[in-house]
Design a protein around this ligand. Structure first.
Ligand code: PFF
Length: 518
């Protein structure tokens, strides 16, 4: 195998495989691990949830991660360019994924802004004893009901501005000098900080009650389709797969990178962090229940924003020497969230840069400013919490599942590139993929995901979500999915201003891979 001169040699790359792995872990480990996983696991059968979770990891998580890797690394572009090079008609899937990234990034940034404020509040337990009232009224100034408001909340707007300014600077610095550096510093820091927090948490009085609550299996849950749906969506969100991010990140890998082995490392690290977070969070909840003389099951607010911003502050208030605990918790949330946000915005910015032939700086600043404006106007207002909750639900349970189905079916069945990608990965990686991989991404995955999607859509149509008014769900829920579809079409029909597939030659060549037996 020899590389040819025009095989994309000018493309910037990570400085090392380690840089790529850290950045991929940085993208995967995020708010989803600390803020989402513990509550989802608790709600969905406790210890028994680990079974569907691990099955989802092996049957869909890792296989689709490898698919993302192979597309990005072979076709060397963010999702729209890479998929276009795979087959021209697939560009639109890339833009659908890019739209989802944009949508998620604008609210994800707001949660990081809250965490930044709470990091600061930790120094004086500023939330007092009524942590619910503090979060909803004193901090967010949230309206009583879902709606639309233009009143900016200064306490959210300032940290949010800081988040976006930093993001723009990092993106403008580029992949190796910006994105990679943030992760090389952030990930070890996160492991140390969060590790210390978990050690403290498991030694608190009552910790065992919390762990029992999380890990005692409810086997009956295994027959509930919703539990399986929860496991698959958790895996997707948490591993950042089928969003196009891993396509973009692996497009900056060198030509001879060991892709599948890196994927195993990233997948294992992400799930380990997730389970560690479950242990830390539930030990702390066991402590809270113990202090209040109630069972863990009687505590309220064990999921979503409420868990991190209402229940956790309540835990901290009960603790002697609580400043450090709060600082570690909210500091971890900020770092984990920030490295994921970087990846979300990079995905959008590189896609726009390649399509319109912009410089990296221009793309970073344009995408950063547009995202920041949307982020402020929707999520730094007094209705931000409600909008965020709704957009999150639809983007993640409908949008990304749809993206995964369309992408796997198009690659394997329409373009018939599944086996080529398998040989591509095998030619450069030490962990070889057998034909079982094609079965997983081409048959098992799409079937499971379609069942999930249909069930979810039926639920959303018949039951709505969280009792929000219909008009609200239509605008911010279905509207989100609609916006992603319309945006995807508009970006696809816009003409290419940048380099596209004309001078592109994949490496190793198709002919070489044809000759590979395995
Ligand atoms: N994986 C991140 C988390 O667990 O919080 C969220 C995320 C990042 C989702 C990047 C999607 C993505 F492209």
């Amino acid at each position: 195998m020899t590389e040819t001169a025009n095989s994309g040699a000018q493309r910037q790359t990570w400085t090392s495989n380690r840089g790529f792995i850290l950045a991929a872990i940085g993208s995967a480990v995020g708010l989803g691990n600390i803020w989402r996983f513990p509550g989802v696991a608790y709600d969905s059968g406790g210890g028994a949830f680990l079974i569907p979770y691990l099955i989802a990891l092996v049957t869909a998580g890792l296989p689709i991660l490898f698919l993302d890797y192979s597309i990005g690394q072979r076709f060397r572009g963010a999702a729209p360019l890479a998929l276009r090079r795979l087959t021209k008609r697939a560009e639109v899937i890339g833009w659908f994924q890019t739209m989802l990234l944009f949508i998620i990034s604008v609210y994800y940034a707001a949660v990081i802004a809250w965490a930044l404020s709470y990091f600061y509040f930790s120094f004086g337990n500023k939330w007092g004893s009524d942590t619910t009232a503090f979060f909803l009224s004193d901090y967010l100034h949230a309206t009583d009901e879902a709606g639309v408001s233009t009143d900016l909340v200064a306490g959210v707007a300032w940290p949010l501005a800081a988040v976006w300014v930093l993001i723009i600077v990092i993106l403008a610095l580029g992949i190796a000098n910006g994105v990679e550096k943030v992760n090389v510093i952030g990930i070890p820091l996160l492991i140390l900080g969060f590790g210390a927090l978990v050690i403290r948490a498991v030694t608190l009085p009552g910790a065992t009650d919390g762990l029992n609550a999380l890990f005692t299996p409810d086997w009956g849950a295994l027959t509930d389709l919703n539990v399986w749906i929860a496991a698959y969506s958790q895996i997707f969100f948490s591993m950042s797969i089928a969003f196009g991010i891993m396509i973009a990140y692996s497009s900056f890998q060198r030509r001879r990178a060991n892709m599948t082995s890196s994927g195993l490392v990233v997948g294992f690290a992400n799930s380990s962090f997730e389970i560690l977070a479950g242990i830390g969070v539930f030990s702390a909840l066991g402590f809270l229940a113990n202090q209040q003389g109630v069972g863990v099951g009687e505590l309220e607010g064990l999921t979503g924003p409420i868990l991190s911003f209402v229940t956790f502050p309540a835990v901290i208030s009960e603790m002697p020497g609580s400043v450090l605990f709060g600082v570690l918790f909210f500091g971890s949330l900020v770092i984990a969230g920030f490295t994921s946000l970087v990846s979300l915005v990079v995905g959008v910015s590189i896609a726009v840069q390649e399509k319109f032939g912009l410089s990296q700086r221009t793309a970073a600043v344009t995408v950063g400013v547009v995202s920041a404006v949307v982020s402020f106007s929707l999520f730094a207002t007094t209705t931000g919490l409600w909008t965020l909750d709704t957009v999150d639900q639809y983007a993640n349970n409908v949008g990304v599942v749809l993206s995964a189905i369309v992408m796997t079916v198009s690659v394997v069945w329409v373009a018939r590139k599944g086996d080529l990608l398998r040989r591509h990965l095998n030619a450069i990686s030490t962990f070889k993929l057998g034909r079982w991989w094609l079965v997983l991404i081409g048959i098992v995955g799409p079937i499971f995901l379609t069942v999930m999607l249909v069930q979810k859509v039926i639920d959303l149509i018949s039951d709505g979500y969280e009792g929000y008014p219909d008009w609200y769900l239509n605008v911010f829920g279905w509207g989100t999915v609609g916006l992603a579809v319309v945006g995807a079409i508009l970006f696809t029909v816009a003409s290419w201003g940048g380099r596209d597939d004309k001078d592109f030659q994949a490496w190793p060549s198709d002919e070489f891979l044809e000759g590979q037996k395995r």
